[in-house]
Design a protein around this ligand. Sequence first.
Ligand code: ATP
Ligand code: MG
Length: 776
Amino acid sequence: MEDYIAELNDAQRAPTLQVDGAMIVIAGAGSGKTRVLTYRIAYLMYKGVDSFNILALTFTNKAAREMKARIAKIVGASEAKNLWMGTFHSIFAKLLRYEADKLGYPSNFTIYDTQDSQRLISSIIKEMGLDKDIYKYKQIQSRISSYKNSLITVKAYYQNAELMEADAMAKRPRMGEIYEAYMDRCFKAGAMDFDDLLLKTNELLNRFPEVLAKYQDRFRYILVDEYQDTNHSQYLIVRALSDKFQNICVVGDDAQSIYAFRGANINNILNFQKDYDNVQMYRLEQNYRSTRNIVEAANSIIDKNKTKLDKVVWTANEYGPKIKVNRLITDADEGRYVASSIFENQMEHQLDNGKFAILYRTNAQSRAMEDALRKRGIPYRIYGGLSFYQRKEVKDLLGYLRLIVNPKDEEALKRVINYPARGIGHATVDKLIVAANHYGRSIFEVIEHLDRINLKINSGTKTRLENFMNMIKSFQVSNQTMDAFALTEMVAKQTGLVQELKKDSTPEGVARMENIEELLNGIRDFVEGQKEVVDSTGGLSEFLEDVALATDMDMDKGDDDRVALMTIHLAKGLEFPYVYIVGMEEDLFPSGMSMNTRSELEEERRLFYVALTRAETQAYLTYAQSRYRWGKLVDAEPSRFIEEIDDQYLEYITPIETRRYKPLVDKDIFGEVDKSKLRLKKPISGTPPLAHKPTEEQLRKLRKLRPVSNAPSGSTRITSTPSDNLAAGMRVEHMRFGLGKIVRVEGMGQDRKAEINFDNGGLKKLLLRFAKLKVI
Ligand code: ATP
Ligand code: MG
């Protein structure tokens, strides 16, 4: 152990060797925060702390694996095995498996990925008969996600006039109903989405003091990396678990807080000292990662932010080459330049592909880069695109597996019930959904009780449904005895999935079949690998959990040598010798969507700080004068961030006199400075530069930022009859069920219900706050 301690500098050693108490390490990029966390865990174990009592939360599963591997080297593999180390989501998914029954969930609950959530929301919107152009499922999903991460449950939502008003102003007055229906459907499907993993953990720890006490006792030492990007929900979990022993160590950098748009709360880091007793605060100042040019340039950028903690970052490394800046005519040229520059660097310095990263603000920018790399024959890997597990054929097979583990899983069922085609059409599935909603059951349960429900399904379809159900049930029986790999192979064949894919001999079809084989290989590896893990069953449900929480960063086995392409958000915590930051243009980076307020602009600047500080030896900044965006060629201007770096750190590859505008002075805050005055009057190309007129999207955002009025919004048009005015005997119209007559009205307020005899649908009981009825 002493040898390892010697690998730390004095400042790093202090927090590493402090065993007990609350501590926070705030330090700039590349100063060894992650290293401190890793060595600290090893040291705790060396000092006799049982690995069973340590919980470490990281930003990616890959980071957790790497840390674990390092710790295993120091303290031995068998010691490291018991460590609970991973992302918030994977750790608390695991915890919830043990405790799910307390919350009314099965322990084999499904984890819905974002695609599943969006599909479900989209079908709820359809079922409610809402306009999908106003109720956009992606927007709704992200709103629900942000509610959950702020612990705003459906009930809290209905009590929050401001939120409801904001949704009403956004012409989405029925947002609360969608949220409620979504929660309800997830619950009935035995499914949790990503945000539920945190929300439900909070619920569990709040509602069951004995459970809280159990985990407080277990996790006596808690460590959190990238603490600056924890959201409220994560903050509360950490706070609750560490409350008893207060042995907590968090590390972070306020200058690298880049997830505010997803609910990360910088105050968590700023308030840490208030939350615990006798907090030790440590600062690390020496950067070991980057050249002096890069470190100083990065410092000069972050200096422009007003909201920040004072920090020093310096390095003993050499100055190194200056940051290269290049202007290209188009985004395709930019791609070609980056590819040939990588090639030249490889030739000149004899470097592997893996030493290079291309970072961009938005995923859409990867295409031009890919095209150019491909033409040059440089192998690359895109992170954060469609992950392997999200490809259609892979998800189809996983759909069957999910259904075997949890037959209530609605999204899985809808996916595979008629794939490969077995004559069960949309109309049938719609009927099943209506029945499932009506009886408060899952679709699978409805199929199990087809005989007892009159669904107006013909006997042929009924038989097909029963065959489907029996097939799934027989797989469930096999799951008791077969391992996950053997079972999956059987499922792939017996469902007809393999035959279906084999029919298609086009290159795409062959690639799909290869993906299925790859999935099978993955399952085999998993089954083999899990044999070594202590508290693992190696079963299907555990595999599915891994899959649901895997990002494609996790798929990276690190054994193939490729150039890495990813968004800056994903690059957090990583490092590469050569880094190309591309698309350094106004409206792209900083993003046009994030220039409305100073705090948004400051977050963009922090993002740039993160990007630049990934580079060890050499950084490149490139921008194009025009680029294809949303299918159109648009003019672009260089990013203000280039101007913000002191010229002494930069080397312009394009001659400096052709730069398009004078350097911005230190005042850069949107709104305080008239931007038009800072630009050269005459644009270089023939077309005028893009006017910085706010787009519709920006205007909408601006409006949202204003305080909302309490007066009923004019845009909320309620066409239905208020439920208080409804009475038995009235004829009413329902958006889905059509015309009918009210038989009975009962209950008060939120619980007010009506029993209605629909002309075409029979008797139904409806909650009136959902059922918008119109009296005829
Ligand atoms: P980030 O803010 O980007 O997450 P960080 O503060 O977590 O960075 P690390 O990733 O832990 O920094 O360290 C940056 C690099 O410096 C790593 O390559 C690490 O191995 C190296 N390093 C850290 N401390 C030392 C040290 N005392 N001696 C030599 N190298 C070090
Ligand atoms: Mg780190």
